[in-house]
Write a protein that binds this ligand. Sequence first.
Ligand code: TYD
Ligand code: MG
Length: 469
Amino acid sequence: MSKRSLTFICQNCGAAAHRWQGKCEACGEWNTLAEEGAERPAGPGRKPGKGRLFALEGLSGEAHDAPRLPSGVAELDRVTGGGFVRGSVLLMAGDPGIGKSTLLIQAAAAMARAGHRAVYISGEEAVAQVRLRAERLALRDAPVELAAETSVEDIVATLSEGKTPRLIVIDSIQTMWTELVESAPGTVTQVRGSAQALIRYAKRSGAAIILVGHVTKDGQIAGPRVVEHMVDAVLSFEGDGSHQFRILRAVKNRFGPTDEIGVFEMTGAGLREVANPSELFLSERDLGSPGTAVFAGMEGTRPLLVEIQALVAPTSLGTPRRAVVGWDPSRLSMVIAVLEAHCGVKLGGYDVYLNVAGGMRIQEPAADLAAAAALVSSLANAPLPADAVYFGEVSLSGAIRPVAQAPARLKEAAKLGFTRAVVPEAAKTEGGDSGLKASFVASLSGLVADIAARGNKSRHSESGRGADE
Ligand code: TYD
Ligand code: MG
């Protein structure tokens, strides 16, 4: 036996192997095994089989107050479910440069201004750099406590002195290291060890901790998927470089919903909250061109209108292309299959591109109808009415199925000046006092016929937009 136990840890999935291998047997990735020192047991001087006795308690006992403290950033509170829970640990994941540090210094400043102790530990930037950013954000007067540190033991020791902070930001977990683990910072074992130590401190002290985690090219939280399982909530901060807005989404939340989103806009003076995202997503609409449909969606409890754009173009390839941005590719395949099988729309000779405008990502099946309308509109070269919204789920038989929260969707559309809605027939029963003129569709073939008729009409008469229905 060697003096020091060494293991090889897969940097992708965290699986351990006793000898080096080219391929990880657990996740199948190549070249991900790295030699790391084994973790030492956390408790000092524990002998196996000699545990401390503890008392078991009933469910009816006194529940310790798990009060939430709103961060002061309303869009962030919406996603966490009302604020930071005492003693909880939250992972904020996102691409480098997306604005994680900016959002968190803003949240820490808001907390500090409200009179709570807020600490910001940066492992990536020097204190001066963080100050510079704070200056740009006009936050210099906020009493946030700053430090540039990476040793978890030092951080815990320092924070244990004095009043327990209400919020601690650790930017980022990949730069932290703990003495309990012998591997280099950034490795799976080190990240896991550091996260464990910080989680233990949060539970013990009641402070809320936010860990910043970088995401790798393929969207995974770099190295440590393992951290995701250890924390109470995982928020992902998304957006792309070409758009100003950023979306905060809960991927996991032990204390709140996971379907709410927070919308921010990156401005010269930091992140601005966007209270009415529909206006933002529709602001640069391309009115009157074929292939665009407005989808009345829901994100959690908030209705959200977005534009779905489709382009159907003759293909020069043997296998036509199907490309999707912002929606589920398998749902696109399904909608195309239903159009072909039940509506006589042949797309085999066409490339199909589908894009959700503005960098938004839709997860609801309710977008089926809007996607189908955009596809048919592009194929028939027939613009859809500019004042209409669409929602409904397409079933494999070609029927349009009702979706949840139809009244809220209709109300939002009416608020933004839309005057008609193309909706599933079953939405009739849900009361339509929104003031929109509803066109009820029972099947996808009915919708296809309507759009094709528009196409013919606009080809035959110059005005195009006339007395349809
Ligand atoms: P940052 O918060 O450092 O990103 P992360 O911590 O996720 O890596 O944000 C960096 C980007 O944000 C950078 O490209 C500049 C931009 N930015 C602004 O546009 N306005 C601002 O006020 C700030 C502080 C940053
Ligand atoms: Mg940063």
